[in-house]
Design a protein around this ligand. Structure first.
Ligand code: GLY
Length: 291
């Protein structure tokens, strides 16, 4: 077993002028998580730290720079799960929280549940999480695209991270602003255990990205984990999960996967996907916008 970390910045179309921002953002997230793992920290801390970096970066659709719904507002979803006790926590449809992944982590440490809207914001405020005005999450680029209702090919997408620490703990996390122009009240897959993320220390852990309406009916994260049986390599399992999605429903999706040994897999059926990873067997971070 080797400690490992993998992050994604979403399954999407990445235009040439945004490729560098995507790779730099994913590398910074891996660095944040990897320094925790190599410093003796656990996979929960590593996943939270990596996703906080992605949430701070307007290149991605999570917290700052998230896409706007049809009313021109930002609503955020996030969840985290660990594979030893199957503990998990999630938030959905929150507006006043700066780092939804950290609120999800606190819920997981308290009692596994999914908190939405005002209840999640109240939980966050009571525990001293960083709060913000909803308008602080809206980037100039997302505001302009919404106001002009531009047909944009390379919108930002969901972020996620999976890590395995020295003690064999597997953790997955996912954070998103949902879909651009989504109807008010819509919640996608990202905060749903089994769909947007899953972790099982006996097999592996997975974070997904893409169209929630396609990911949910194929329970994409759990499907990818289930394909890890009989020591199947995570690369093959990830591809099988995306192939299953593509054969059963329409829509774009991607997934990142670690198995319980720290082997890496990822697959997608969108045009591009931003991914970076590092393991104890590597001497530098691998980073991609395409396979
Ligand atoms: N995968 C993000 C969403 O559908 O909301």
């Amino acid at each position: 077993m080797v400690s490992s970390i993998i992050v994604h910045g979403g399954a999407k179309t990445i235009s040439k002028d945004k490729a560098r921002a995507n790779t730099a953002g994913c590398m910074a997230a891996v660095q944040a998580g990897w320094s925790i793992l190599t410093g003796g920290g656990n996979a929960k801390d590593a996943v939270e730290a990596a996703i906080r970096v992605l949430e701070d970066n307007p290149t991605f659709n999570a917290s700052i720079g998230a896409t706007l719904d049809s009313d021109g507002e930002v609503f955020l979803d996030a969840a985290i799960m660990e594979g030893k006790t199957y503990g998990w926590g999630g938030v959905a449809a929150v507006q006043k929280v700066r780092h939804p992944i950290s609120v999800a982590r606190k819920i997981m440490e308290n009692k596994s549940m999914l908190l939405v809207s005002k209840g999640a914001e109240q939980f966050a405020a009571e525990r001293g999480d960083e709060m913000c005005a909803p308008s602080e999450l809206i980037s100039d680029e997302q505001r302009r695209e919404w106001e002009e209702q531009e047909a944009v090919l390379d919108r930002p997408a969901t972020v996620g991270c999976v890590a395995l620490d020295d003690n064999g703990l597997l953790v997955a996390g996912t954070s998103t602003g949902g879909l651009a122009n989504q109807p008010p009240g819509r919640v996608g897959d990202s905060a749903l255990v089994g769909c947007g993320l899953y972790a099982d220390n006996n097999l592996g852990a997975c974070s997904t990205t893409g169209d929630g309406e396609s990911i949910i009916p194929v329970v994409l994260a759990k499907t990818a984990i289930d394909f890890l049986v009989e020591n199947r390599h995570p690369q093959q399992a990830a591809q099988m999960a995306i192939d299953k999605l593509a054969s059963q429903v329409k829509g774009e999706a991607g997934c990142i996967l670690l198995d319980h040994q720290g082997q890496v897999g990822w697959a997608y059926n969108s045009q591009d996907m931003a991914v970076a990873y590092m393991t104890a067997k590597m001497d530098k971070i691998a980073v991609f916008t395409k396979k």
